[in-house]
Design a protein around this ligand. Structure first.
Ligand SMILES: Cc1cc2nc3c(=O)[nH]c(=O)nc-3n(C[C@H](O)[C@H](O)[C@H](O)COP(=O)(O)O)c2cc1C
Length: 214
């Protein structure tokens, strides 16, 4: 595991939002279907001349949120020293976000769940009344596209996967401008054979990119 310093909240105040896309795959499989889909989204965005950064969460060592609530004060996660230190700058400066997760037990993967939970630091909660809250990202024009891939063909077997990404992103202030649930794909990288799906991902990547420069 890499060693990281505790985040200095001051150093995170200077990131300015850019019309770039941060693409995140939550699959533990290298060359898996999620990574293929992510590449298609990003190549669509590139057609509109929008730059992107992509990460595969499996390449980063980070923990799930500890619930220490330091972030209420610091507005960034200062309770853990881990690989999220490398991901926070990319989130802060990217107006566009693409999340892709395979379905694992009707839900997003543990990697994607931990990643989303670590975005908790971007909420503001009223100190006296926690039912009053907002997001630091609200009103910034942030846009997202989400995608999921599962083995079964029945919509029920994808379970909560899409919702588990959509709802937290909306709460954080992202406008989810496109969604792509992909059914019936099991083998590693098999989605490469599904031209229609890949073309839809390219189209959505392009739409996301165009929505960022409107
Ligand atoms: C632990 C685990 C749980 C899974 N749970 C489901 C499930 O609930 N429903 C489903 O349709 N497919 C399920 N799958 C199959 C994957 O979603 C499918 O193989 C997908 O294509 C994997 O995407 P990837 O290559 O991006 O990892 C599961 C696979 C694993 C390894």
């Amino acid at each position: 595991m890499n060693s990281f310093d505790i985040i200095n909240p001051e150093s995170f105040k200077n990131y300015s939002l850019k019309p770039v896309i941060f693409g995140v795959s939550g699959s533990p499989r290298r060359d898996g279907n999620s990574n293929t889909l992510l590449s298609s989204f990003i190549s669509g965005a590139a057609e509109s001349l929008i730059n992107s950064n992509t990460v595969h969460l499996i390449d980063y060592q980070y923990q799930s949120c500890l619930g220490c609530e330091n972030c209420r004060r610091d507005k960034i996660c200062t309770g853990l020293k881990d690989g999220m230190s490398l991901l926070y700058p990319k989130i802060l400066e990217s107006k566009g976000l693409v999340l892709v997760s395979p379905t694992h037990n009707y839900n997003i993967t543990a990697w994607m769940k931990a990643f989303i939970d670590r975005l908790y630091c971007f909420y503001n909660f009223d100190f006296n009344n926690r039912s009053i809250w907002s997001s630091q990202f609200a009103g910034q024009g942030r846009k997202a596209v989400i995608a999921a891939v599962c083995e079964q063909n029945d919509k029920d077997d994808m379970g909560f996967t899409m919702e588990a990404m959509r709802r937290p992103l909306q709460a954080l202030g992202y406008d989810v401008v496109g969604e792509l649930p992909v059914y019936g794909v099991f083998g590693r990288g098999r989605v490469k054979k599904q031209d229609e799906v890949l073309n839809r991902a390219i189209e959505l990547g392009k739409e996301l990119a165009e929505s960022l420069i409107k």
